[in-house]
Design a protein around this ligand. Structure first.
Ligand SMILES: NC(=O)c1ccc[n+]([C@@H]2O[C@H](COP(=O)([O-])OP(=O)(O)OC[C@H]3O[C@@H](n4cnc5c(N)ncnc54)[C@H](OP(=O)(O)O)[C@@H]3O)[C@@H](O)[C@H]2O)c1
Length: 274
């Protein structure tokens, strides 16, 4: 299945969306779970849903708050449960452009999308390497492959995580530890913009469970980069063969659409039509 017999997975961002789907998919594969996110009641609900199937430990924690990440790492260390699989899924995708974002939201995005996964990888990789097995699944995005005007920092943070994953996959060859970057396109979760989900053809909008399965199957088969969905794969491949100026410009047009969608929610558009 995963090429080894992992027993416990740590999942960040497991209170909803793709992270929650990964929790159920990993439980289906028999792994015990340590799940974390801010909303304690949502983590408790996931734990309750898995009652009697696998062991689930919840660690409510805000990874952008001062001391939040250290609290998570200290709690893991004190529990002394070997983590055989790390899933970095918690992420922020604010729909505000960089120029209008205040300093604290810019720092929060870096803390959650960049610092937390990096620190967890560097903390948990050495024991995995010492045991000679383990895996890391980093939830990136198709946004990792190109700049994203109007969500510039988000795209940059996902490009960082993709690049880190690919480089580590080479450095870890022969160690028994595998890494994979899961790069979904638009997925129907709490943080996906309704206007974008509704504007896209149904075939381009993914379900969290399908994304989770694709990521775990990719890890099983040793893939380093996984883009779920044929249309998303085609879009990513096409973008890689275009000149960067064109990809940037198309990103700028998409940004205008996104900004207008945010400024004019669908219920206001409907009432304007009447
Ligand atoms: N949905 C998409 O279209 C899409 C596309 C590509 C990539 N992704 C990526 O997929 C990942 C999961 O997102 P999702 O779509 O499943 O959205 P989601 O349902 O909103 O999940 C985000 C998760 O991150 C956690 N989180 C947010 N802020 C946090 C904080 N400060 N500290 C700790 N945990 C925090 C949330 O839990 P709490 O609120 O309880 O803290 C939640 O569990 C993200 O990395 C996202 O960038 C999503």
């Amino acid at each position: 299945m995963l090429g080894f017999d992992p027993s416990t997975a740590l999942i960040t961002g497991a209170s909803s969306g793709i992270g929650e789907a990964l929790a159920y998919a990993l439980a289906d594969r028999g792994l015990d779970l340590v799940i974390t996110a801010r909303r304690a009641e949502r983590l408790a609900a996931v734990k309750e849903n898995l009652e009697g199937r696998v062991k689930v430990v919840t660690i409510p924690c805000d990874l952008t708050a001062t001391g939040g990440l250290e609290h998570l790492i200290k709690t893991l260390d004190e529990a002394d449960t070997p983590i055989d699989m790390l899933v970095n899924c918690a992420g922020l995708a604010p729909h505000i452009d960089f120029l209008n974002a205040d300093d604290s939201s810019q720092q929060d995005l870096i803390a959650l999308n960049v610092t937390a996964p990096t620190r967890l990888i560097s903390h948990l990789l050495p024991p995995m390497r010492a045991r000679g097995f383990g895996s890391v699944l980093n939830v990136c995005s198709v946004a990792a492959f190109h700049p994203v005007p109007s969500m510039a920092q988000y795209g940059a943070s996902k490009a960082y995580l993709l690049s880190l994953t690919e480089a580590l996959s080479e450095e870890l060859k022969g160690t028994g530890v595998t890494v994979c970057a899961l790069c979904p396109g638009v997925t129907k979760t709490e943080s996906a913009m309704t206007e974008i989900v509704e504007a896209l053809p149904e075939a381009m909008v993914l379900a969290p469970a399908a994304v989770a399965e694709a990521g775990l199957n990719a890890l099983d088969s040793g893939e380093v980069v996984c883009v779920p969905g044929r249309l998303n794969q085609a879009a990513v491949t096409a973008a890689q063969f275009q000149p960067r100026w064109l990809v940037r410009s198309l990103g700028g047009l998409m940004a205008k659409f996104r900004t207008e969608s945010v400024a004019t929610p669908s219920h206001r558009k409907d009432s304007a039509k009447q």
